[in-house]
Write a protein of this length. Structure first.
Length: 525
């Protein structure tokens, strides 16, 4: 810890102490980065998420063969209980600091103090309330799992708040390191313990150890040393109160179906559903979520430039639509073989769940592009109303589906509600930035038609007659990808080569081709 002498109150808080090789930061620096900086930042975050996801997928493949669906279900019960309590205590202090271009040391220190207080309260609540989780899930083993997992928010509260400066100062390389350390530590500890214990405790202990490694890494990566003070509590709370309410609604919108499955069906179906949801959402989430993480500070810079803000959002929407529809619909098409090849035969019951959840996640991923816009514009009330409206529709639909058709009925209900709710998500964006329904439709119609064509061709191809699941998975994946790209580019040409992800991709491919051709010419005798 540094000495306690007064520190200068700059306009960027601890960012000034983290200048590093990127030079001194400033509030105006990010604005000059423009679109290129936004793309680079998104690339860093997507790269981090894909590294994390790759490690996670390898971990899941190994653990799926060492442990049972029941083990995953018990851990999911503990995790969802922790998240349930944590979401009520999260005051959105991190986003409030990142959004504030005039944040000082006091803002960062107040956010750190709030995180510690929240961690203590949540941990205590989980330890005391763990028996209620056992009663709800009808499994007494969930009680000690919840009590051990309670250590995670307690440990996490002490994370060095200086790491927020990585995102605020657009130093995504540092943020990359911080995110990956946690995943690597969980992987190493989890696999080691699973080989030894062959129990769900391997996953529980690994998650707690990963949190401890992450906190330690935060103090190694950032030189900032926070102090416990609450001088900016009122200011931070003023921004975050509606965002907190919105985040609670978002949590229930994300987890309501899992609560229903766990309450109605028990540990094994809960494990199947949880792993199915993770498998189905992975391709889309690992692009949309990191893009949102990287875009938040850029959107904050564009708050006073509505036209540029709208242009940036539409560009992001175009990319997200292509990725979400191609991967979400693609995973749904090959779900049976994907589960058999990746997870193994004992997980085959998850295949129909993956079909429904992957299809729904394609549309959910597109709708999530609105989240960062609502957060950064401070539209907490609108964001909250939207999230809770989704919960009001999803919860009864999932309950009816679960009571009549089991976990598959829950998954189907989630997908149907998600698709029907998509227009509402876009309506909230139209309310806060200058975009129209026509602008949004222009970014969506081509990938929607391309995804539909992909489904039709793959289903009619006859590849499903192949007996080898590995070869069948490979063939359907390659064919589906080719059809999607071909139809997408054809529609783009027919539409007059208008702006969008297609034009950017073609232009970048042409530049790469010219560069490679030039090098080949220079090297030729």
């Amino acid at each position: 810890m540094r000495a306690a002498e007064p520190r200068p109150q700059t306009s960027v808080g601890p960012i000034a102490e983290d200048e590093g090789e990127d030079g001194p930061p400033s509030a105006s620096g990010p604005a000059q980065a423009g679109l290129r900086g936004m793309v680079v930042g998104s690339a860093w975050m997507i790269g981090a998420r894909w590294v994390i996801r790759s490690i996670g997928m390898v971990s899941t493949v190994i653990l799926a063969r060492l442990l049972l669906p029941e083990d995953f279900g018990l851990v999911a019960m503990g995790a969802i209980t922790m998240q349930f309590v944590l979401v009520f205590a999260d005051a959105g202090q991190a986003m409030a600091v990142i959004r504030n271009v005039n944040a000082t040391d006091e803002h960062f220190d107040t956010a750190w103090a709030m995180s510690i207080a929240i961690g203590v309260v949540v941990a205590a609540g989980l330890i005391v309330g763990a028996p209620l989780a056992g009663l709800y899930f009808h499994d007494s083993r969930a009680v000690p799992v919840v009590q051990v997992i309670a250590l995670k928010p307690l440990i996490n509260g002490f994370t060095n708040v200086g790491v927020l400066a990585f995102r605020k100062n657009l130093r995504f390389g540092k943020d990359f390191q911080f995110l990956v350390i946690n995943r690597v530590s969980i992987f190493v500890v989890g696999i080691s313990l699973a080989l030894t214990l062959r129990s769900y405790w391997a996953l529980v202990i690994a998650s707690v150890c990963g949190e401890a490694f992450s906190v330690a890494a935060s103090y190694v990566l950032s030189p900032y040393r926070p102090r416990f003070r609450l001088t900016k509590l009122r200011e931070i709370w003023g921004y975050s109160i509606w965002m907190q309410f919105a985040n609670i609604g978002y949590f229930f919108g994300e987890r309501a179906d899992q609560f229903v499955v766990g309450g109605l069906a028990g540990a094994t179906p809960m494990g199947l559903y949880n792993v199915s949801a993770d498998t189905a959402s992975a391709p889309t989430d690992e692009v949309v979520v990191p893009m949102a993480r990287a875009l938040f500070p850029y959107y904050a810079i564009l708050l006073n430039e509505p036209s540029r803000f709208a242009e940036a959002y539409l560009g992001v929407l175009s990319v997200v639509a292509v990725i979400a529809l191609s991967t979400g619909v693609g995973v749904a098409l090959v779900a049976g073989d994907l589960v058999a090849v990746v997870l193994g035969q004992k997980w085959l019951a998850a295949a129909p769940l993956v079909v429904w959840l992957a299809a729904g996640n394609a549309f959910l991923g597109i709708g999530r592009s609105a989240n960062a816009v609502l957060s950064v514009t401070g539209s907490g009330r609108l964001y909250a109303v939207r999230n809770w409206l989704f919960v009001v529709l999803l919860a009864p639909a999932a309950l009816i589906g679960g009571m009549n058709w089991g976990p598959v009925g829950v998954a189907a209900a989630r997908t149907v509600v998600t698709i029907l709710f998509a227009p509402v998500m876009f309506y909230t964006v139209i309310r806060v930035i200058p975009v129209t329904a026509t602008d949004i439709f222009a970014r969506l119609w081509r990938p929607i038609i391309a995804a539909s064509a992909m489904v039709a061709v793959v289903k009619l191809s006859g590849i499903d007659a192949i007996t080898s699941p590995v070869f069948r998975l490979f063939s359907n994946t390659i064919l589906g990808a080719m059809i999607f790209v071909l139809v997408l580019l054809s529609l783009w040409v027919l539409a007059g080569r208008e702006p969008g992800v297609e034009r950017t991709t073609v232009e970048q491919a042409a530049k790469l081709w010219r560069r490679l051709h030039w090098r080949q010419t220079m090297l030729s005798p």
